[in-house]
Design a protein around this ligand. Structure first.
Ligand SMILES: [Zn+2]
Ligand SMILES: [Zn+2]
Ligand SMILES: [Zn+2]
Length: 493
C-alpha cells in the first residue's frame, strides 16, 4: 500500500520522541532505513526535513540526546526491482521493455550496495545490551509506580508524627482520674486505605477541577472532573502526575477520521482505545488524523496537572493500644509509671517515623538521579510536586505538617544535588546510581518497619496490573502530512 505513494518511507515508532523504552547507549545504534526511494534518487527526499526537525526536538529537550543523522546512519532502498524480478520470473514470465529492465537493474544494484553498506555499519556498531534496557526499564517502572504512593506515605508519616506529638503533650499534661487516663494510653495511627476503582480514569488536580473535603481533621482531595473515564491508557506511567505518557490519553488528543472505516485486524492502533473484535478477530477501524495538545480538551488545564488513577485513597484514624499492658492501673504510682512508659513509646514511634521519612527522601533522591541519568526522556520531578501538593492540603494546624514536609523535601533536594554534583565533577561511574542500587533501595523501602508492608503491597498490585499491559504502537511520518504542520501532521494509524 505504501509503495503506491511516491515518497520515501521511514517507519518511526510512536514513542520515538519519548524514547521511554531505550536508554542512552542505544542512541548510537539507531539507523534510518528508507524504502521506496527510487523516485528521489535514493535519498530521503522530502521525508528528510521532517525527520531532522524531530531529531532536533529530541536534542533540544533534556537530556539532550544527539542522534546521528548522516550518510553513516541513512540507508535508502527500493523494492521495485524485486517486484520486477518476481514478475519476470516463471510462472509470471512478464516481458518488460529494455528501458524499464535497465532501470530496474540500476535500482537493484543500488539497493544491493545499500544493503552491503548497512551490514558493514551494523557489524561495526558496539552491540547495545538489550538486557540493560530491560532491567533499566523494570527499575524505571518500579520507581514511577512508587513515586506518588511514596509522596502520599511521606505526607501520612508527617501527619502521624504530628498526631503522636500532640498526643504525647496530652498524655504528659494529663490531670484527670485513672479511668479517664487509661483511655489515653494509645498510639494514634492514621492509616491510608485505598479503594480500587472499577475502571481507571484520567483526572485533573488543578483549581476548580478538585474539591477538598475535611474528614476527621484530614483533608481529602476529590477529583471531580473526569477528563477521560474509563481511560484505556496502558503505558501511562502509573499514577505519576504530569507524566508525558498522559499525552497519549484521549483528553489530550483529537482524532478525525479520514475516509471510510473498514473491518481489519487491529494493528498500529492509536493509544487509549477500547477495541471490540468480531468473531474473525477484526475491528471496525478508520484512518485518523491526530491533533495533539498539551492542554486537556475537557478541562483546559495542562497535562502536568493531570494523573491517571486506578484507585482512590482515604484516611482512617486508628488507635494502637496494648490492652494487656494497661489492664491494672490502680494506684497513682502505677499511673505515673504508665504515663512515663507511654511517653517513651510515643517518642520511640516519632523517631521511627521520622527515620522512615528520611529513608524515603534519600531513596527518592537516588531514584530521581537514576532516572535523569539513564532515560532518554526528561524526568518530570514528580515527587517534589506531589509532596508540595500534599502539604497544601493539610487542614487545621497545617503549619506543623508543612514544616515537616519541607524538612523532608530539603533532605531530598540535598541528597539529589549531592549526587548530581558528584556526577558533574566527572566521578560519574562511582557516583551514578545503578540498576542494582535501585533493587536494593526498593528492598530497603519494603522492609521499613511501619510503612514497609504497605509499600511492598503497593508495588505487588501495581506490578501485576502493569504486566497485563503491553502494547505496540507505530506512527508513520510521510511527506504529505509532514508538510502540513508540525504535530497534527503526523498521521497515526
Ligand atoms: Zn482541570
Ligand atoms: Zn484516556
Ligand atoms: Zn482535564
Amino acid at each position: 500500500m505504501y509503495e503506491a505513494k511516491s515518497n520515501p518511507i521511514c517507519l518511526i515508532p510512536v514513542n520515538f520522541t519519548l524514547f521511554s523504552h531505550l536508554n542512552k547507549s542505544a542512541a548510537d545504534n539507531i539507523l534510518f532505513l528508507f524504502t521506496n526511494a527510487r523516485s528521489t534518487q535514493y535519498a530521503p527526499g522530502d521525508t528528510g526535513p521532517a525527520l531532522v526537525s524531530l531529531l532536533k526536538q529530541i536534542k533540544e529537550r533534556p537530556p539532550h540526546v544527539d542522534i546521528l543523522y548522516n550518510k553513516q546512519t541513512i540507508y535508502c532502498f527500493d523494492n521495485e526491482a524485486f517486484r520486477f524480478a518476481v514478475a519476470s520470473a516463471p510462472p509470471n514470465n512478464m516481458i518488460f521493455d529494455d528501458l524499464l529492465t535497465r532501470d530496474y537493474e540500476v535500482s537493484w544494484m543500488g539497493s544491493v550496495r545499500e544493503c552491503d553498506r548497512l551490514m558493514e555499519r551494523i557489524i561495526s556498531l558496539k552491540p547495545h545490551q538489550v538486557m540493560e534496557t530491560l532491567s533499566l526499564n523494570n527499575a524505571k517502572q518500579s520507581i514511577l509506580l512508587l513515586t506518588q504512593p511514596l509522596a502520599d506515605i511521606a505526607k501520612n508519616i508527617s501527619d502521624n508524627v504530628k498526631a503522636c506529638e500532640q498526643h504525647k503533650k496530652k498524655v504528659s499534661e494529663f490531670k484527670g482520674n485513672i479511668t479517664e487516663f487509661e483511655k489515653e494510653l494509645y498510639v494514634p495511627w492514621k492509616d491510608i486505605e485505598s479503594d480500587p476503582l472499577n475502571e481507571p480514569k484520567t483526572v485533573c488536580n488543578e483549581g476548580n477541577c478538585i474539591v477538598k473535603e475535611t474528614i476527621n481533621g484530614t483533608v481529602k482531595i476529590h477529583y471531580k472532573t473526569d477528563c477521560h473515564s474509563p481511560c484505556y491508557l496502558t503505558h501511562s506511567d502509573g499514577n505519576v502526575m504530569g507524566n508525558v505518557g498522559l499525552l497519549d490519553c484521549i483528553a489530550f488528543n483529537k482524532y478525525e477520521s479520514i475516509g471510510e472505516g473498514e473491518w481489519r485486524v487491529p494493528t498500529n492502533l492509536v493509544p487509549d482505545q477500547n477495541v471490540t473484535l468480531n468473531a474473525e478477530g477484526k475491528a471496525f477501524l478508520y484512518y485518523l488524523e491526530r491533533t495533539k495538545s498539551d492542554n486537556c480538551f475537557k478541562c483546559g488545564h495542562s497535562f502536568q496537572s493531570h494523573l491517571h488513577i486506578k484507585y482512590e485513597t482515604r484516611i482512617v484514624n486508628k488507635k494502637i493500644r496494648d490492652e494487656k499492658k494497661y489492664k491494672s492501673i490502680n494506684t497513682a504510682k502505677e499511673a505515673a509509671a504508665a504515663k512515663q512508659a507511654q511517653i517513651v513509646e510515643l517518642e520511640a514511634r516519632i523517631k521511627e517515623l521520622t527515620d522512615e521519612n528520611t529513608t524515603i527522601s534519600i531513596c527518592m533522591a537516588k531514584f530521581a538521579c537514576f532516572l535523569s541519568n539513564n532515560a532518554l526522556t526528561p524526568f518530570n520531578d514528580a515527587f517534589e510536586g506531589y509532596v508540595k501538593d500534599a502539604g497544601k492540603l493539610s487542614g487545621g494546624d497545617s503549619k506543623v505538617t508543612i514544616d515537616k514536609l519541607q524538612q523532608m523535601l530539603d533532605r531530598y533536594k540535598y541528597e539529589k544535588d549531592a549526587i548530581l554534583a558528584a556526577m558533574k565533577k566527572g566521578k560519574k561511574n562511582e557516583s551514578a546510581v545503578s540498576v542494582e542500587d535501585i533493587d536494593k533501595l526498593i528492598k530497603q523501602l519494603c522492609s521499613l518497619k511501619v510503612n514497609g508492608p504497605a509499600i511492598s503491597q503497593l508495588l505487588d498490585t501495581q506490578i501485576k496490573s502493569k504486566a497485563k499491559s503491553h502494547t505496540f504502537n507505530e506512527k508513520v511520518i510521510n511527506t504529505v502530512s509532514a508538510a502540513t504542520s508540525k504535530l497534527s501532521g503526523f498521521r497515526v494509524y
